[in-house]
Ligand binder design. Sequence first.
Ligand code: 5CA
Ligand code: ZN
Length: 412
Amino acid sequence: MESWVGHEIPRLPGNGLPLSLYDSARRAVHPTRPSGTATMYVCGITPYDATHLGHAATMITFDLVQRVWRDAGHPVSYVQNVTDIDDPLLERAARDGEDWKVLAMRETALFREDMEALRIIPPTYYVGAVESIPAIAEKVRTLLDDGAAYRLDDGSGDVYFDIAAAPRFGYESNLSREEMLALFAERGGDPERAGKRDPLDPLLWRGARDGEPSWPGGSLGPGRPGWHIECAVIALNLLGYRIDVQGGGNDLLFPHHECSAAHAERLTGMAPFAGHYVHAGMIGLDGEKMSKSLGNLVFVSRLRADGVDPMAVRLGLLSGHYRSDREWTDDVLKAGTQRLARWREAAAAPQGAAGAELLAGVRERLADDLDTPGALALIDRWVDATLAGAGRDPDGPRLLAATVDALLGVRL
Ligand code: 5CA
Ligand code: ZN
């Protein structure tokens, strides 16, 4: 699938710092340790509606991961998927009397535009579920042959993963069985399905149903892939064992990332699948998580159409720490807009406060689990000093613009 177009990233003097991130599996901040090329897989959109600020916040989070790694000298291989076939997409298309393929193509195109406007570095590989079906079916057959999966005997053709084949199941999310059961039911799982060995066993292959699209599965029979195996196979096939970061919003902690890790670990015989499981907080509106199913959405494209500068949106989202669930409000946008204006004023000043110190400070804050509130506070102080005429560094304003562009993705 086509990715989007990237922007030139300014080169910064000196070297960036090694990035530490909070790993959900170990429940602590640990250094990432890429060997040469850093590898990252981020769970992308299910394209049945436009990109909202929650998606944008999650994409910006992993954009910063990539920026900090690059600054530290690591080339980055980054894969993001598009779940361009799944129940919610088919349901929305049926509701609106639309072709599901056209819906997916339109929303994916809009997502690309939004990502470009927000200056998100494009993934190395942007991959759809549909184009990956032959590869996914092959891995489902492997899991079946290997005894890690089973077919229901009700004639549906549905194949499930046997979580008993994953002895570490639960290590990624650290949840009790009760919590897992509740979240599984809430987030697309089917604990009540008759004939499963364990209520938590996730679907690998859904046998063809009348009125639903299906693809050939070889010995599996026609059908379509389950959700978790989609991400496991795309990640494994393009990045191999093991990836440095598996990313997404914290709504994917369980069952999605637990199950994709379990699939990948069984397929490779090696664990863990990812060095860090990194989860961005949920962006909410009016006290609820922003979600397509609740309909409480602020779309990036709506703000752009209203003439809002995407860099102000970016600064608004960066003003909270990536891991915290937080609200999008008019005030967040107002503060982002004002901050952007002040930073631009300082970048245009003939001289400023010490640029090298600013760069070192921002590098240090971001390397510490992407402390953007700390980085923004430090830049604000630098900008205040510059606008008060306190600094004499002729290179300061230029270095401000380069630092903010390269490390925060904000073009002044
Ligand atoms: N296609 C799957 C992942 S394989 C999916 O979850 N799609 S999504 O469209 O629902 O979400 C796309 C990405 O945005 C995911 O990483 C998800 O965790 C994240 N996300 C969804 N809603 C929010 C929100 N309100 N705040 C922050 N991130 C969100
Ligand atoms: Zn995913």
